[in-house]
Design a protein around this ligand. Structure first.
Ligand code: NAI
Length: 495
């Protein structure tokens, strides 16, 4: 058995893993990247990217049907979902190939197989086996586990990958059906994004959500605006519904629910409600992928599947082994960009602990994590919501600016929604922002940068923003915090 010696082995090639491998190579490390499915992981193959490619098709339909005529563009609309899926597949394939090319350019060895840590320690190095490749044992000084997550499966939901689907199934390159009636369980991020796509393509969408609102982690004002849109798309949303079971009825699917208010021990005798459709998408969260990695044998501590790590360094309780992204119990949300960020921290700490690499130890800072939801209109948020600020006893000043008052948004017909910025009343520093409307995720990026560097609303207000651009939303909302937005009547409150 020949053995390759590496500085760093990364298990899992999602946005956490492939990013870490490239980053480590940039510092001069000899790196191996192990992937059992496809480069790019969930994000590129079954998550962010394919949904955004389908979203782009839905958005085009939306633009033409909503105000095409008013814009002087009339045409007979012919929807071809199969074509949209083919385009989505091409986008994914090209990006996956791009990752392969980048790893090659950085001279990283990519192994396709299942990676498992079979022994070792920080002083002597670790031994990794790779099931599915010929040269199946490699040695490394440090390990980063970036194995991600997969759709949560509940036995009672009978996910059969035929009629009762996960987001992986519905994004399969061969799934080209627009269900006449689509039942979506869970009105979180995934549920809402798919509801928008399929309702726009003509499905009659019905959503069942356990909590009293969809996307419950967002600002209440944002949720209200989204709910208006959900209704206007003809999506039927039933909240406070505890879905107890889902079954394939051969001709379709049937879900059984009871009110979410019913205590657990009284569910059996509670009044039941039944919902039927042709297909069912289950989007109720994700489970960590931490099985068969050799964790138990090495004594790496997990908690309900999540790998416990030092929140600051991303190192597990076994020195030299780090965990990042969805699989790690970081306390941060399961987001692609969080995984990549954690990868940077893990790489810095892993290589600094080896020595001789031009990199210093780093610690995590999760205060500024932007998040996006690609419904129509888009949603973006960063930092604190008002209720969180209140819980932290921070006195908040809020600025809010509507898209309908912005020249560029009006030109583009994007008049729905608003951006709200929260500032600390004492320091005037920005502590959070939420936006629903055109380019919301892009607008939030500017605010994330301002927050990361401790800027005040005045700093943003004093920055020249190009006209006419959607970015002026940020300028106006920042100025509105102290009542001085030019295109909105306010009451100057502090200077
Ligand atoms: P989620 O946690 O966002 O939403 C799941 C929803 O299902 C929750 O609202 C929950 O209350 C509901 N639910 C759970 N059990 C239920 C039951 N028995 N009956 C009815 N409702 C039930 O999880 P989701 O949407 O699956 O997304 C998974 C992860 O992927 C999230 O962490 C999300 O942030 C990430 N993601 C990020 C995207 C982005 O950045 N644009 C896009 C899609 C996913």
């Amino acid at each position: 058995m020949s053995e390759q010696q590496y500085d760093l082995v990364v298990i899992g090639a999602g946005p956490g893993g492939y990013h870490s491998a490239i980053r480590a190579a940039q510092f001069g490390a000899k790196v191996a990247l192990i992937e059992r499915a496809k480069l790019g992981g969930t994000c590129l193959n079954w998550g962010c990217i394919p949904t955004k490619a389908l979203y782009a098709s839905a958005d085009l339909i939306h633009k033409i049907t909503k105000n095409g005529e008013e814009f002087g563009v009339s045409c007979e609309l012919k929807l071809d979902f199969a074509k949209a899926v083919e385009r989505k597949n091409k986008v994914v394939e090209e990006l996956v190939q791009g990752i392969g090319a980048l790893e090659k350019a950085w001279k990283n060895d990519v192994y396709f197989g299942h990676g498992k840590i079979i022994g070792g320690n920080v002083n002597d190095g670790f031994e990794i086996s790779i099931e599915g490749v010929e040269m199946n044992n490699i040695k490394t000084k440090r390990v980063i586990i970036a194995t991600g997550s997969s759709p949560a499966m509940i036995p009672a939901f009978n996910i059969d990958h035929d009629r009762i689907l996960t987001s992986d199934d519905i994004l399969d390159p061969n799934f080209k059906t627009v269900p006449e009636r689509l039942l979506i369980i869970g009105a979180g991020v995934i549920g809402c994004e798919f509801a928008n796509i399929f309702a726009t393509f003509g499905s009659k969408v019905l959503m069942l959500e356990y909590l009293p609102t969809p996307i419950a982690t967002e600002e209440t004002l944002i949720i209200k605006e989204l709910q208006k849109k959900i209704t206007s798309l003809g999506i039927e949303l039933h909240v406070s519904q505890n879905v107890l079971s889902v079954e394939n009825t051969v001709s379709g699917v049937k879900a059984t629910t009871c009110s979410a208010d019913v205590p657990r021990d009284q569910v059996e005798s509670a009044e039941k409600f039944y919902y039927e459709a042709d297909y069912c998408l289950v989007s109720i969260g994700r489970a960590r992928e931490s099985k068969n990695l050799g964790l138990e044998e090495l004594g790496i501590v997990t908690e309900r599947g999540a790998i416990k790590i030092d929140a600051k360094t991303t190192e597990t309780n076994v020195k030299g082994i780090y965990a990042i992204g969805d699989v790690a119990a970081s306390g941060a949300p399961m987001l692609a960009h969080v995984a990549s960020y954690m990868g940077d921290i893990a790489v810095a700490n892993a290589l600094a602990s080896i020595g001789n690499f031009p990199v210093k130890e780093r610690t995590t800072d999760y205060n500024v994590i932007p998040a996006t939801i690609f419904t129509n209109p888009n949603i973006g948020s960063v930092g604190l919501r008002r209720n969180q600020a209140k819980a932290l006893e921070i006195e908040v000043a809020m600025g809010r600016f509507p898209f309908m008052s912005l020249g560029k948004a009006k030109c583009a017909g994007n008049e729905t929604g608003f951006l709200m910025i929260l500032a600390d009343k004492k320091s005037h520093k920005i502590i959070g922002a939420s936006c629903i409307g055109a380019e919301a995720p892009e607008l939030i990026s500017e605010i994330a940068l301002a927050m990361q560097h401790g800027l005040t609303v005045h700093d943003v207000g004093e920055t020249i923003h190009s006209h006419p651009t959607i970015s002026e939303m940020v300028l106006e909302a920042a100025e509105d915090v102290f009542g001085m937005a030019i295109h909105k009547k306010g009451r100057p409150s502090f200077h």
